[in-house]
Design a protein around this ligand. Structure first.
Ligand code: G3H
Ligand code: 13P
Ligand code: ZN
Length: 311
């Protein structure tokens, strides 16, 4: 099976009441850890690359490594641009073999967001590439473009945005945020399921995306701290909330921080326990195992997409 776009994946996920994991890929060990877990559990997967990952690892290397995973596993795999910041970046990724792109116009005015997103859709669709847009602002990455705090998605805008742009899926802001420090200590984690329900009424059957959806495993944070790292007050989204979202219209759940935390925990542990070792294959191999185990855990306990690779 070649790389696929997200169309069929999302249709099946919506109808089946589960979500597809969208995992950020930055190097070979991360990619292999993700894909090994998906292979064992016969799960479809979205492998996503941010603009900065593309700068770090370079487009061709990432593309060909992902193609190796496609060849190796035969799984339905989509290669997706995460947080595309411009038409040009989306175009480069589409021209360079990606099957899905996100255009993140969430920091723009509604009209500017519609215009930019539609421009990307008009380029992507004739090339069989699916497009994710975003309405509302998460705290976190969008802060870099001068949004001091996030703002929830306004459900009233969703229908118009979807119909005017023709996007295939939409990221919404209902209380998740990027990174490992999503809530203040003592603060009760909360997601605005009322907004999600309202969105579902306005665009029935339409796939919704959750960014900033890492759960920040306390066990991994403890390992990092035990082996010399500093991660006080790291708090993520409770898994039961993500399961609830996956049973509703959320068809794509984005995970990056949990992979970073897992890999760091594995590598710190390995190096501390084996101070004489200096072969990168040893500690990166341990990092890869940690990635695999966190992805397995998510597929089985959060996403519900195990066994869904065959339809
Ligand atoms: O949402 C952002 C992702 O976690 C990617 O982060 O730009 O540091 O690769 P990055
Ligand atoms: P986390 O930082 O919660 O893993 O979110 C990642 C993400 O949304 C990538 O786009
Ligand atoms: Zn994101």
């Amino acid at each position: 099976m070649p790389l696929v776009n997200t169309k069929e994946m999302f249709k099946k996920a919506y109808d089946g009441g589960y979500a597809i994991g969208a995992f950020n890929v930055n190097n070979m060990e991360i990619l292999q850890g993700i894909v090994d877990a998906c292979f064992e559990l016969n799960s479809p997967v979205i492998l996503q690359v941010s603009g900065s990952a593309r700068k770090y690892a370079r487009h061709r290397y990432l593309y060909h490594m992902v193609m190796a995973a496609v060849e190796d596993t035969g799984l339905p795999i989509a290669l997706h641009l995460d947080h595309g910041s411009s038409f040009e970046l989306c175009k480069d990724c589409i021209d360079g073999g990606f099957t899905s792109v996100m255009i993140d116009g969430s920091h723009l005015s509604f009209e500017e967001n519609v215009e930019l997103t539609k421009k990307v859709v008009d380029y992507a669709h004739p090339r069989n590439v699916t497009v994710e847009g975003e309405l509302g602002q998460l705290a976190g990455i969008e802060d870099e473009v001068n949004v001091p705090t996030g703002s929830y998605t306004d459900p009233e805008q969703v229908e118009e945005f979807v119909s005017r742009t023709g996007v295939d899926s939409l990221a919404i802001a209902i209380g998740t945020s990027h990174g490992a420090f999503k809530f203040k200590p003592g603060q009760k984690p909360q997601l605005r399921f009322d907004i999600l329900e309202e969105v579902m009424k306005r665009v029935p059957g339409f796939p919704i995306v959750l960014h900033g959806a890492s759960s920040v495993s306390p066990e991994h944070v403890e390992l990092i701290k035990k082996y010399g790292g500093q991660m006080d007050d790291a708090i993520g989204i409770p898994e039961e909330m993500l399961r609830q979202a996956a049973s509703m219209a959320v068809c794509k759940i984005n995970v990056d921080s949990d992979l970073r935390i897992a890999m760091t925990a594995g590598i710190r542990k390995y190096l501390s326990e084996n101070p004489k070792h200096f072969d990168p294959r040893k500690y990166l191999g341990e990092g890869r195992e940690f990635i695999k185990s966190v992805v397995r855990h998510k597929i089985e306990n959060v996403l519900g997409c195990a066994g869904r690779a065959d339809g």
